[in-house]
Design a protein around this ligand. Structure first.
Ligand code: NCD
Length: 309
């Protein structure tokens, strides 16, 4: 019986990732078999930063497993506003819930929560650091769309500096063979060195950095678009200058492969024109659904390991 928390994707081994994806596929095929799996168990969602998808996805996941949900949304309405520490919040919520999903604007907050909680903690996004359950959604989407996770050329485009989903996805995919990354961003929003050093350089993964999406779009199997992360900028002027650096349109897609898979963690601001939504290569709403199934699989795994099921 072990209480395990998930702070970033490397907390999960490759066989575990495979098992989670297999469980998600099984849930998709036979949802009724899981409808009571977490009966009388409680998930607490502690979201100290805005969210639509991730919080609702966790909550829908727990309800579809037959469990219940306790929810804190926004620092302003919780004891965080009175100055309570993340550590104390984690200890307190452990008295009510069997598992915690937490989003916080500060990098490292989920790790502090995990060290202090007596129940498993899942990082649902910590500042500009990482976002492992979005990556679980991304991996299942790539596996379902491409039939594999190795031998793919992945283009990541937009705010690669502050985009935590990008950091976690690079970490996860760098463990598969035959990967190539094409990193498309403005100069100011390149992938941080620590991510390149820890994952790309350490594993000898080939990557190209460019500012020009159109020049490389034809080489890609996956194009992962991201929003410029306004809330992490120090000044509004820089945000306004950079926010529309890349806008994917049907015109630009003409140069792309017929089997390209276009992904986006969402929310979309301007990065993908709505006219792209009808293109069969648009996978971002499938990605949302895949996220719910992967969160179901992860909740099940962690509650089983903790001896709660
Ligand atoms: C992402 C996030 O919060 O990091 N959203 C999400 O969880 N799907 C991406 C973003 O906010 O741009």
């Amino acid at each position: 019986m072990t209480k395990r928390s998930i702070i970033d994707v490397p907390d999960l081994s490759l066989p575990e990732l495979d098992r989670l994806m297999d469980t998600a596929e099984d849930i998709i095929a036979r949802p009724d078999d899981y409808a009571d799996a977490c009966r009388r168990k409680k998930l607490a969602t502690l979201f100290f930063e805005p969210s639509t998808r991730t919080r609702l996805s966790f909550e829908a996941a727990m309800y579809e497993l037959g469990g219940n949900v306790l929810s804190v949304t926004g620092a302003a309405t919780s004891s965080a506003a009175k100055g309570e520490s993340v550590a104390d919040t984690a200890k307190t919520v452990s008295c009510y819930a069997d598992i915690i999903a937490m989003r916080h604007p500060k990098e490292g907050a989920a790790l502090v929560a995990a060290r202090n909680a007596s129940v498993p903690v899942i990082n649902a996004g910590d500042g500009g650091h990482c976002h492992p359950t979005q990556t679980l959604a991304d991996l299942l989407t790539i596996r379902r769309e491409k039939g594999r996770l190795d031998r793919v050329t992945v283009g990541l485009c937009g705010d690669l500096k502050f985009g935590r989903t990008v950091h976690s996805l690079i970490g996860a995919l760098s463990r598969y063979a035959g990967l190539r990354f094409v990193l498309v961003s403005p100069e100011e929003l390149k992938v941080p060195s620590y991510v390149k050093n820890e994952h790309l350089k350490k594993n000898g993964i080939p990557y190209l950095q460019t500012t020009d999406l159109e020049e490389v779009i034809g080489d890609l199997d996956i194009l992962y678009m991201t929003r410029v992360q306004r809330e992490r900028f120090f000044n509004e002027e820089d945000y306004l200058r950079l926010r529309d650096s890349y806008i994917l349109t049907p015109e630009k897609l003409k140069k792309a492969r017929k089997d390209l898979c276009v992904m986006h963690p969402l929310p979309r601001v301007n990065e993908i024109s709505v006219a792209v939504d009808d293109d069969p290569r648009a996978c971002y709403f499938k990605q949302v659904l895949n996220g719910k199934y992967m969160r179901m699989a992860l909740i099940l795994m962690l509650l089983r390991e903790a001896g709660k099921l």
